[in-house]
Design a protein around this ligand. Structure first.
Ligand SMILES: Cc1cc2nc3c(=O)[nH]c(=O)nc-3n(C[C@H](O)[C@H](O)[C@H](O)COP(=O)(O)OP(=O)(O)OC[C@H]3O[C@@H](n4cnc5c(N)ncnc54)[C@H](O)[C@@H]3O)c2cc1C
Length: 332
């Protein structure tokens, strides 16, 4: 049944005027240029079109991924998904009497600029974040003083049983996680309704935005070849190595070494002290929680890095999502 429908999907897309690419390498679409060959990369350009293709896929029981900018997804090179829907072309932003309304594929950074232009506060931190607002809702994204869980009012979602509205409380937010990220619900976020809070001091919005941009440029990894923080949470064990490393960190602060130099030295010592010098090459100078896919060997190194961090930690929670053939088994 499923295979039969998969053959008909092309016909369905053409009949409904929904744009798509066929049998393409995911490397040309994904943020860190990873992934196998996707059978259908679907690019709807309106809410109506995404609703119709998603309903078709639910009805025919074909598994599909919905992605924004893929800035938080690590598609495995040996995994060849059948269907991926990109939301990037569904990206209108409107400001009405009560809400800022964004379609799922609107870039969070663009939304932020639009809000600042209209004197609406709370979005300034998102000027510097990659990705779409649909994914930001799924991930409970936050950046500097901007947090999705404080800004959101409600969302429109399409599920197997049709369209529903969900309020902030229904999303059961935890750090960088929601019912969508934890796969407690199967659905596609269509529109996001955000609180419209008029700023009392419009100049402060611009000032803060400039400050955040400066800070990210100076103290965070450049956006290419990485997915931001790998772990949402890391609680390190109190081992001798970690204790020595923490003392070294304090010492660097006391002797007033410049902050960017401090960050680099901290990282290097962290890996050297654990006998992982080679690994340190793939990790950002700014944080040991940011892995950089610098070359083809990075894929093997990433899994070594992941188990190393998990081994030296009391508790970790992955922030990025690894997409392989087990992905759909996560749905509860
Ligand atoms: C350099 C860099 C810096 C970053 N800094 C931060 C930061 O400061 N704070 C922060 O919170 N994050 C940060 N991130 C992570 C990332 O930018 C955010 O998580 C962002 O929200 C992901 O958006 P995306 O469109 O790329 O999502 P994708 O990676 O495409 O998708 C992420 C998840 O959202 C789901 N999804 C996407 N669209 C929908 C939809 N319409 N309906 C349902 N589910 C959907 C996907 O299925 C997937 O599970 C950073 C990433 C990078 C690369």
């Amino acid at each position: 049944m499923k295979q039969e429908y998969l053959q008909h999907i092309e016909e369905f897309l053409m009949n409904n005027d929904i744009d798509f690419d066929k049998n393409r390498s995911l490397k040309s679409y994904t943020w860190i240029q990873r992934g196998g060959v996707v059978q259908f990369w679907i690019k709807p350009d309106s809410i109506e079109k995404i609703k119709s293709i998603v309903s078709y896929l639910y009805k025919t029981q074909i598994n599909f991924y919905v992605v924004g900018a893929t800035s938080n997804l690590y598609f495995q090179n040996d995994y060849h998904p059948e269907v991926v829907i990109s939301t990037l072309r569904i990206n209108k932003i409107a400001i009405n009497k009560d809400y800022v309304v964004a379609e799922c594929g609107a870039l969070s950074s663009k939304l932020s600029v639009e809000c600042i232009k209209n004197n609406i506060e709370g979005f300034e931190g998102f000027t510097t974040i990659p990705g779409t607002i649909g994914a930001a809702v799924c991930n409970n994204s936050s950046c500097f003083n901007s947090c999705i869980d404080e800004l959101i009012d409600h969302i429109e979602v399409i599920t197997k049983n049709g369209c529903i509205n969900l309020n902030k409380n229904d999303l059961n937010y935890k750090r960088r996680s929601s019912i969508f990220k934890r796969k407690e619900i199967e659905g596609v976020i269509l529109r996001v309704f955000l609180k419209k809070q008029i700023a009392l001091n419009p100049e402060l919005l611009i000032k803060n935005t400039e400050k955040f941009k400066y800070y990210r440029k100076k103290y965070q990894e450049k956006p290419q070849h990485n997915l931001g923080s790998v772990f949402a949470e890391i609680e390190l064990k109190n081992t001798l190595q970690i204790m020595i490393w923490k003392m070294f960190k304090k010492l660097l602060k006391i002797i007033h070494i410049k902050k960017d130099k401090q960050l680099k030295l901290n990282k290097q010592l962290f890996f050297i002290i654990h006998g992982k010098f080679k690994m340190s090459y793939y990790v950002s100078d700014f944080s040991f929680n940011c892995f950089v896919w610098k070359d083809n060997k990075a894929d093997v190194m990433f899994f070594k890095y992941k188990s190393f961090i998990e081994r030296i930690s009391k508790k970790t929670e992955l922030e990025i999502e690894i997409v392989d053939r087990n992905y759909f088994k996560q749905y509860k």
